[in-house]
Design a protein around this ligand. Structure first.
Ligand code: PHE
Length: 484
């Protein structure tokens, strides 16, 4: 049923390159929403200013003003905000690391992709997935954008970077175009072994200092697999990789134990006696792929009946450290999504809530004292509305072209962004519910179901009808579809 293949949301863990990067003219397909905003003036702004910094835009620009305005929010630093509390909880497990919490989100393509050795055809680079300001400048799509620079600065053997990150993606209760990640790294210097004979011995000594736990860990795969999860054999010995992997896994298991112990205590305090609060915690390591680590893994936690992906990690590619001028260092890195962890820590049911200024939400969290479950305020009724359209021969997308475009150029993320642009946080979910190809004409028809629901009040019928009509018109205007 999927129109496009996606890179899974939180993590860049696929090898596949599927989305073509198509260059277009500024006037042709400035992103749907910007076009909407600037339709009255025939040219779009050539320079954008964000917190006093000026950026020249070009035909790659696809970042709406609504996204740029999120930059100022810095939710991960707002006192007593659940994202800030979650950040501090994790920081408390890495007391000897240096924390970077104020790195600016507009970065170069080099920082976000090239320095991390993303292949040139990696789907993450495409304009359908990433917010560009110009050909060379993006809103960071992950905190790893600062990895090379932080290694180069070499201010500490361990660091944590917490920050807002930006991706064009689905609209539903766990996806929002702005979210927050935490990146952590630890490295060791071959020239500073102290009293230890080898680097591996030195690392194992550090492993011994990580608090132990009693949870059940499934880790069925070998640390290194020649095809699936290779050793960087030019640079690392098997012993070094094994030791660093053990340090990485134990450190992150410690984080997970901390988070889930707090989450369970909150559940029990709220009177929850379901199996998930009774059974012992289970976690498992699975093999993964990231362009900038090898070997790589993801950590999953069994939570409320499902395996939940919590983070991605691996041994940092030595070429990244070498290019950062610290070739005597080697180490690991991880990245995790703060919203996902905060949602299960506090039982927050909808990602839009993090952006709420409603005191009924914000007043429930405190950075001092135990974690407490969020008590949802009454849920307002949902209002579903469908829209069906043909992807016509003039359909276009943020990654497509106006003239002679075909279904190939249509990208679901443009529908998603248009819905957000029209309805803001009043849209809860956008889902493809039907698609078919006309047997004679070969044209493709899609039907999307929009769920309009406010977190704060009951929407009137009239209001939702208006929003939906606007959305339909914008689909025609900006994506060139033909309504059915
Ligand atoms: N930056 C990666 C992502 O967002 C996560 C990651 C960080 C993986 C560090 C490995 C090491 O997908």
């Amino acid at each position: 049923m999927h129109v496009s293949v996606r890179v899974p949301r939180a993590l860049y863990c696929r090898r596949l390159a599927v989305t073509p990067i198509i260059k277009t003219q500024w006037w042709q397909t400035h992103c749907a929403s910007c076009q909407a905003r600037s339709s009255s003036s025939e040219t779009s702004p050539k320079v954008v200013t964000v917190e006093g910094r000026q950026y020249k835009t070009d035909e790659w620009m696809n970042t709406p003003a609504s996204i740029l305005s999120a930059i100022a929010k810095r939710l991960h630093l707002q006192p007593d905000h659940p994202l800030s509390i979650t950040r501090q909880l994790i920081e408390s497990r890495f007391l000897d690391h240096k924390y970077y919490n104020r790195l600016f989100p507009i970065v170069s393509v080099n920082q976000n992709f090239d320095a991390l050795e993303f292949p040139h055809d990696h789907p993450g680079r495409s304009r359908t997935d990433t917010y560009y300001i110009n050909k060379e400048t993006v809103l960071r799509t992950h905190t790893s954008a600062h990895q090379a620079d932080t290694f180069r600065a070499n201010e500490s053997s361990g660091y944590l970077i917490s920050a807002d990150v930006y991706r064009r993606d689905a609209v539903d209760r766990s996806h929002y175009p702005v979210f927050h990640q935490m990146e952590g790294a630890k490295s060791w210097d071959r020239n500073c072994l102290g009293s230890y004979g080898t680097l591996a011995e030195r690392v194992w000594a550090d492993v011994a200092n990580i608090p132990s736990h009693t949870i059940k860990v499934e880790d069925p795969n070998p640390t290194i697999h020649p095809e699936r999860n290779p050793l960087q054999s030019t640079y690392h010995s098997v012993e070094e990789a094994e030791a660093m992997a053990a340090h990485l896994k134990r450190s992150l298991e410690d984080v997970v134990v901390t988070i889930f112990t707090a989450a369970r205590a909150a559940a029990v305090a709220a009177g929850d006696t379901t199996a998930s609060t009774q059974e012992p915690l289970r976690v498992r390591w699975v093999e993964a792929y990231f362009p900038f680590t090898s070997p790589s893994w993801e950590l999953e936690v069994f939570w409320q009946g499902d395996w939940l992906e919590i983070l991605g990690c691996g041994i940092v590619r030595q070429s990244i450290l070498n290019n950062a001028g610290v070739s005597s260092r080697l180490g690991w890195a991880f990245g995790l999504g703060l919203e996902r962890i905060a949602m299960l820590l506090f039982s927050i049911p909808d990602i839009r809530l993090f952006w709420s200024s409603d005191p009924r939400f914000l007043s429930q969290f405190s950075a001092t004292g135990p974690i407490q479950r969020f008590v949802p305020f009454s849920r307002h009724p949902a209002c579903f509305k469908d829209v069906s359209f043909w992807i016509s021969s003039t359909s276009r997308s943020a990654g497509g072209q106006v003239a002679h475009a075909s279904a190939r150029d249509f990208h679901e993320n443009d529908v998603m962004e248009l819905a957000r642009d029209v309805a803001g946080d009043l849209v809860e979910d956008v889902r493809l519910v039907d698609e078919f190809v006309h047997p004679k004409t070969g044209r493709k028809s899609l039907c999307y179901r929009i769920n309009y629901r406010s977190l704060e009040r009951t929407l009137t019928n009239e209001e939702t009808n208006d929003l939906h009509e606007k959305f339909r018109q914008q689909l025609v205007k900006n994506l060139g579809v033909e309504l059915r």
